[in-house]
Design a protein around this ligand. Structure first.
Ligand SMILES: Cc1cc2nc3c(=O)[nH]c(=O)nc-3n(C[C@H](O)[C@H](O)[C@H](O)COP(=O)(O)OP(=O)(O)OC[C@H]3O[C@@H](n4cnc5c(N)ncnc54)[C@H](O)[C@@H]3O)c2cc1C
Length: 377
């Protein structure tokens, strides 16, 4: 008897789950991994694309490289999910499974913020990052804002990283003194579970003259007057707006009836949904960790361990800890790290590792180890 698994979405969660199941079960696995795209791209590569440190082509890793025992990759667009029947429809056919794992990530809704499409930019999509790579060279004086428009949003350190990298970019071009940089985020400190990481970021902002606007969201832009309007009505002038757009589940997930308050609820210890045999991991859930690839990965490891245990009639894994390590670009070509655990203690706890060249190398290994584990490259 083979384990028949359908994995929806080949991002951090889907790729990690697929790799572990294939390694453990080999030909006892009958897994179909479905994604509409032909390639994967790390979220952090979008910052590199926007600041011209790499190209999208160089950053893409193609799914055609996935050759794993018991695994078939299907490049198809998922059009319907029936969680009660564990049946999935795509633009090419219909699939049934014993186990269904939804790992479809989060989509963006830039149109939800008035003025953002007309008068601003976002750097969270590949297209947005590519557009900014063309726009940034023309920005030589005036006010830049990096601003969050809505919660939840992916990778909470990313807005801080964007502000610090923008500083470096403007310094390198010799125009920093003619520009201001403001960072608008909805938290009191940059990384709430880790006061030490937050303090290091606040120090980095103050050393570079980056204005930190805490506890605020961008409500709208008025492109005619070149002002961003915050959720308390305060207006900030801008000449360059780098936005974090509103996030939402992909349309097909919304239509499936699996969501509550916009996201798929799961048991935070097991990642099970309320439908038997159906799990959800990563950004598409409301599990209680931030939306980041490293948490999608650790969630996928728990699901993989419990499926393997069930298949072998063995003991299941320990409860999910909601743990992950995020790399943070501090500028000056240095990277720091925050290690966070959301569920083990009474409240989320994080520890900080100072920015260093050693962590720059560690981040590179993070990327290359995934290329190797997921794609055999
Ligand atoms: C600027 C930026 C920087 C970031 N930096 C980091 C970082 O340093 N560390 C970190 O851990 N995270 C980072 N992230 C966040 C990270 O990219 C996401 O949280 C992560 O990709 C989520 O993984 P996932 O598996 O849940 O979904 P995803 O990786 O988004 O994968 C979902 C997949 O589902 C597919 N899909 C969606 N709808 C359909 C459909 N209808 N049919 C078929 N396929 C579909 C998509 O094509 C996609 O491949 C960053 C994000 C951004 C934007």
């Amino acid at each position: 008897m083979k384990l028949r698994v359908l994995v929806l979405g080949a991002g951090f969660g889907g790729l990690e789950l697929t790799s572990i199941l294939s390694d453990a079960l080999g030909e006892n696995l009958d897994l179909t991994l479905i994604d509409k795209s032909d390639s994967f791209i790390f979220g952090f590569s979008k910052l590199d694309v926007m600041f011209g440190r790499t190209t999208t082509d160089a950053a893409r890793v193609y799914y055609r490289h996935i050759v794993k025992p018991g695994v078939r990759f299907a490049r198809e667009s998922i059009t319907a999910i029936d969680p009660a029947m564990k049946r999935v429809t795509t633009d090419k056919g219909t699939y049934d499974a014993d186990v269904l794992v939804v790992a479809l990530g989060a989509d963006y809704d830039p149109g939800a913020t008035p003025g953002l499409l007309e008068g601003g930019n976002e750097f969270y999509s590949v297209e947005g990052a590519e557009r900014l790579r063309e726009i940034l060279p023309a920005f030589s004086k005036g006010n830049a804002i990096v601003g969050v428009t809505s919660t939840p949003f992916k990778c909470p350190p990313a807005p801080s990283e964007a502000a610090l990298l923008l500083h470096d970019y403007l310094v390198k071009r010799g125009v920093r003194d003619a520009c201001t940089i403001s960072l608008v985020i909805p938290f009191g400190i940059p990384i709430p579970p880790s006061p030490a990481t937050s303090q290091a970021l606040l120090t980095a902002f103050s050393e570079r003259g980056i204005i930190f606007v805490k506890d605020r969201l961008i409500r709208s832009l008025d492109p005619g007057r070149h002002v961003a309007i915050l959720d308390d009505g305060v207006e900030l002038p801008y000449d360059l707006f780098l936005g974090i757009p509103k996030h939402r589940v992909p349309e097909v997930v919304a239509k499936s009836g699996m969501t509550e308050n916009g996201w798929i609820p799961v048991d935070k210890h097991t990642l099970r949904t309320k439908y038997p045999g159906v799990y959800a991991v990563g950004d598409v859930t409301s599990v209680g960790t931030p939306k980041a690839g490293v948490f999608a990965e650790t969630a996928a490891r728990i699901v993989a361990a419990s499926l393997i245990a069930e298949f072998r009639s063995g003991a299941g894994p320990a409860p999910y800890r909601g743990d992950g390590s995020c790399y943070i670009e501090f500028g000056g070509e240095l990277v720091g790290r925050v290690d966070v655990d959301f569920f083990s203690g009474a409240k989320p706890a994080g520890s900080f590792t100072e920015p260093s060249v050693a962590i720059v190398e560690e981040k590179k290994v993070f990327g290359s180890s995934r290329r190797s584990r997921w794609f055999g490259l």
